[in-house]
Design a protein around this ligand. Structure first.
Ligand code: SF4
Length: 390
């Protein structure tokens, strides 16, 4: 096992899958980089709209943000309401946001292909975040690709069946995930793997890296737990652990045959920027890296989230509903609702984030600040940075 604290054991390039995507696939990315970057300005439109099409899911993940349930809710947006939502996404103008169909398990919606085709017909890029259950078949992936899905994400939270299935709550999920990755390759869908970072998965990350290296993926996204939903039963890592992990991730990003990104850990941008400067990259070169293209993006700034019943949030991890697509215009909410405008105004941030020289590029996890303090403008408690230091 690689010791995350020991730079002498820097990560090596893992054995790769023959169908991998070294160097990326610029036309069809899930997450940051999926659409034309806007620089640091996201006051007019988000880059990503996450639509939780349903809460229904056959898994019982211990860390589920959505606290998913077995059955679909009668409150879900209907097909027609979904088309209405997509029409309003057009209201953001060019470049259009990218829509991520998520859940629960979006595969539980029989009209998913119709909705994806609706996005495609409107010129909106679409990605899919399915659960790995028997509903995920090669035929379904092929029909969703035909409808316009450009990328899928798969979750991998352990390097072995015991570790992964233990978190996912259903035996056999690890094996199904590996099979799903093969099917995605066979139908031509690039893959993002999402991995949860908690105190229980931290030591397993080097081994997970070896596994994802064999999966032929486009991007590895490490999601830093926020204590909401079922995630509240798991423990976040400490600030010191996150700093060590960032150092390891940066070393890894230089050799990995896929992109590496963090979710709800924007302070990785601070560490990566400093390391890139030490490596001699200019400011211009830094903003063109995959880390640089994500500068500024955080809850409510470049991101918005629509729940299964149409409520509008700054992200899936910041439980502050600002309106509902059934009665409100998402463009007006994003551009003008006081929660969204406050989230984008870094001069209102408090504590260390408010005093930090990296605030515009980083800004901290607003969701974690809210989860820990009840104030989404407070400092991100996972960041140990002392503002003013290099
Ligand atoms: S103090 Fe806040 S803005 Fe500065 S690096 Fe840390 S999380 Fe980011």
């Amino acid at each position: 096992m690689i010791d995350l604290a020991n730079p002498a054991q820097a990560p090596a390039r893992p054995a790769t899958h023959p169908g991998g995507h070294p160097g990326g696939h610029p036309g069809a990315l899930l997450g940051v980089g999926a659409v034309k970057p806007r620089g640091l300005v996201y006051d007019r439109a988000p880059m990503l709209v996450y639509w939780e099409t349903t809460l229904a899911c056959g898994l019982a993940c211990r860390h589920c943000r959505a606290t998913a349930v077995p059955e679909r809710s009668p409150l879900e947006l209907t097909t027609q309401e979904g088309f209405g939502l997509l029409d309003r996404v057009l209201g953001f103008g060019d470049p259009l946001p990218h829509v991520v169909f998520t859940g629960g398990d979006p595969l539980r919606r029989p009209d998913l292909e119709t909705l994806v085709a609706g996005a495609t017909e409107r010129g909106i890029g679409a990605s899919l975040a399915p659960a790995v259950t028997p509903d995920l078949t090669k035929d379904r992936l092929a029909s969703l690709k035909a409808a316009g899905i450009q990328t899928i994400s798969l979750s991998l939270d352990g390097s072995s069946p015991e570790l992964h299935d233990g978190l996912r709550g259903v035996p056999g999920t690890f094996a199904m995930t590996m099979r799903a990755a093969e099917w995605a390759h066979e139908v031509g869908l690039p893959i993002q793997v999402n991995t949860l970072v908690t105190d229980t998965t931290l030591d397993d990350l080097p081994a997970i890296y070896e596994v994802v290296g064999r999966m032929g993926i486009l991007r590895w996204s490490l999601f830093f737990l926020i204590s909401v939903g079922r995630g509240a039963v798991l423990q976040e890592i400490t600030p010191a652990q996150s700093e060590k992990l960032f150092g390891w991730l940066y070393d890894l990003s230089k050799v990995a045959p896929f992109q590496v990104k963090t979710t709800e850990a924007t302070h990785y941008r601070r560490v990566a920027t400093r390391r890139m400067e030490q490596d001699g990259l200019t400011d211009e070169e830094i903003v063109r890296t995959s880390v640089g293209r994500g500068f500024g993006i955080r809850d409510g700034n470049g991101i918005m989230f629509i729940s299964h019943d149409g409520n509008v949030f700054p992200s899936g991890f910041l439980p502050l509903a600002v309106g509902n697509v059934r009665t409100d215009d998402i463009v007006e909410l994003y551009r003008g609702h006081p929660v969204f405008t406050a989230l984008r105004d870094t001069s209102r941030y408090k504590g260390r984030c408010g005093a930090c020289q990296h605030v515009d590029r980083c800004g901290g996890s607003r969701a974690r600040a809210f989860a820990w303090t009840g104030d989404y403008l407070e400092a991100d408690p996972l960041c140990p940075f002392v503002p003013g230091r290099a």
